[in-house]
Ligand binder design. Structure first.
Ligand SMILES: Cc1cc2nc3c(=O)[nH]c(=O)nc-3n(C[C@H](O)[C@H](O)[C@H](O)COP(=O)(O)OP(=O)(O)OC[C@H]3O[C@@H](n4cnc5c(N)ncnc54)[C@H](O)[C@@H]3O)c2cc1C
Length: 444
């Protein structure tokens, strides 16, 4: 009999297993994959994610093989803002969520999943987790009250535990087996295509938005750079008709400089891509079970936060299970505490923020003005970046008390940028799908 069985051994599963084992609990983590292995995902890890890796004890290993930076450049229709996430905001967030701000770092990383997930699994085993790879769970065991009490593997083995944790990704087997429906679904999302290039010197990450298109470049492992482009899902079919051609076409439309850099580099892997990033929430716990990471909620990766949030959930879930099994509180109160932290008003506002961004509407005049006004105000640039990646509450940055940013003098002084020249025509142009073949567009 285990204290906990965790299904899934990646960012959420290996991490929750590690935290539980460190509390002295008997933990089994299983995954149908073998490790190290990749998943279909880019892998940008913001400073709060890196801080969670540090708290798990794997950040030094990541740092040894992955470039680290603290400043990032965010470019919207050519308006560039360079900044980082202030340490104080990170500390506030960790104190609020975990009552503990140890291990904070302001560095970010772009670490390949076959590198990271292998490290997380090894770390879990070192912490005392019993790990079975290549093990598919095909059934949840329940007692006469419906409480989940264990698992049955495809190989016929049966294991029992006080709690079964679903860290099994967005198509969660646990959720399907228990009939946990998706809620607050947001079908409008982005498509994303990326690959890996050599010959681009290690540099700070760049994230660009130009009209309805996005692009990011980040130095990663093996001396390579990950280059990613995305756009609204309704343009995906056109893009897919010629992935390589449209990848470079998109880069050219977004940033000529970045397009030139990539054109001179050498592609080392095939293109990877996904069309489905529709967001949803699920109920997070019930008798004998709880969900962590993508199993409990998924959202578009236009802000690159799934890994960071999975690591956060893992810590929150382990804290809750520890309070219950340590006798500090009863099971239902502990689980409700976990859900309350994940489903706070701040979290709901951030979910809305990401889902709205994921629609990739052309940038409005007032949005561009905000970016233009921020130039030169480093404290507000940093606060904006922290807000964009869910370190500071969306409601604070966009609060009316911040409207000083948009007073008349500020607006006037922001109009010098080329992004405002012939704004109406550019805005109309940005609504046109650049990946439609000419004949198809005429026929439309
Ligand atoms: C295109 C794309 C780009 C992304 N880019 C980023 C990014 O830049 N930064 C970022 O932070 N996040 C990014 N994400 C999100 C990130 O990939 C996920 O949020 C993250 O992988 C969630 O981790 P997880 O541990 O919850 O689930 P997963 O990584 O999905 O792991 C689930 C595991 O459960 C196992 N499993 C499932 N069912 C069973 C079963 N029945 N029995 C045994 N094992 C089972 C699977 O084998 C798998 O290993 C991206 C996602 C996508 C789709």
């Amino acid at each position: 009999m285990y204290n906990a069985i965790v299904i899934g051994a990646r960012c959420a599963g290996a991490a929750v297993g590690t935290h539980l084992a460190r509390q002295g609990l008997r933990v089994l983590v299983v995954d149908r994959s073998r490790f190290p292995s990749d998943v279909l995902s880019t892998h940008f890890i913001w400073p709060h994610g890196a801080s969670y890796l540090n708290r798990l004890g794997v950040l030094d290993q990541v740092r040894a093989v992955t470039p680290a930076h603290t400043r990032v450049t965010v470019v919207n229709n050519g308006i560039a803002l360079r900044g980082g996430i202030p340490e104080e905001l990170l500390r506030n967030q960790f104190r609020l969520l975990h009552d503990d701000d140890s291990g904070i770092t302001t560095e970010y990383f772009s670490v390949r999943r076959h590198v990271l997930d292998g490290m997380l699994v090894d770390n879990a085993v070192r912490a005392g987790v019993e790990f079975r790879e290549g093990y598919t769970v095909k059934e949840l065991l329940r007692d006469e009250d419906g409480t989940v009490v264990g698992i049955k593997g495809r190989d016929g083995t049966v294991e029992h535990a006080q709690v079964v944790i679903g860290a099994d990704g967005r198509n969660s087997f646990v959720a399907r087996a228990l009939g946990i429906a998706k809620s607050d679904e947001r079908p409008r999302c982005t498509y994303a295509y990326w690959s890996y290039f050599s010959g681009i010197p290690d540099c700070e990450a760049q994230i660009h938005r130009q009209g309805r298109l996005g692009m990011a470049m980040a130095s990663t492992n093996h001396g390579q750079t990950m280059v990613l482009t995305w756009g609204p899902s309704e343009w995906a079919a056109g893009f897919r008709a010629d992935v390589e051609g449209n990848f470079h076409r998109a880069l050219g439309l977004i940033s000529e400089e970045a397009a030139d850099t990539v054109a001179r580099a050498r592609r080392e892997e095939r293109f990877y891509g996904t069309l489905d990033q529709a967001a949803f929430l699920r109920r997070l716990h019930g008798p004998g079970w709880l969900l962590v990471g993508d199993a409990g909620s998924f959202k578009d990766q236009c802000t690159a936060l799934g890994i960071t949030h999975a690591l956060r959930d893992a810590e929150l879930a382990a804290e809750a299970v520890g309070r219950w099994l340590g006798g500090e509180t009863d099971r239902d109160t502990a689980m409700a505490g976990y859900a309350a932290k994940r489903r706070s008003q701040t979290a709901a506002a951030y979910y809305d923020y990401v889902c709205t961004l994921a629609e990739m509407k052309p940038l409005r005049h007032d949005e561009l003005q905000l970016f233009a006004i921020l130039r030169g105000n480093q404290a507000e640039i940093d606060r904006f970046i922290a807000t964009h990646v869910d370190v500071a509450p969306v409601s604070e940055f966009f609060d009316p008390s911040n409207v000083f940013l948009l007073n008349d003098t500020a607006k006037e002084s922001s109009r010098d940028h080329g992004a405002f020249a012939d704004f109406e025509a550019t805005y109309r142009e940005h609504q046109r799908n650049p990946f439609l073949r000419v004949g198809a567009e005429v026929a439309r």
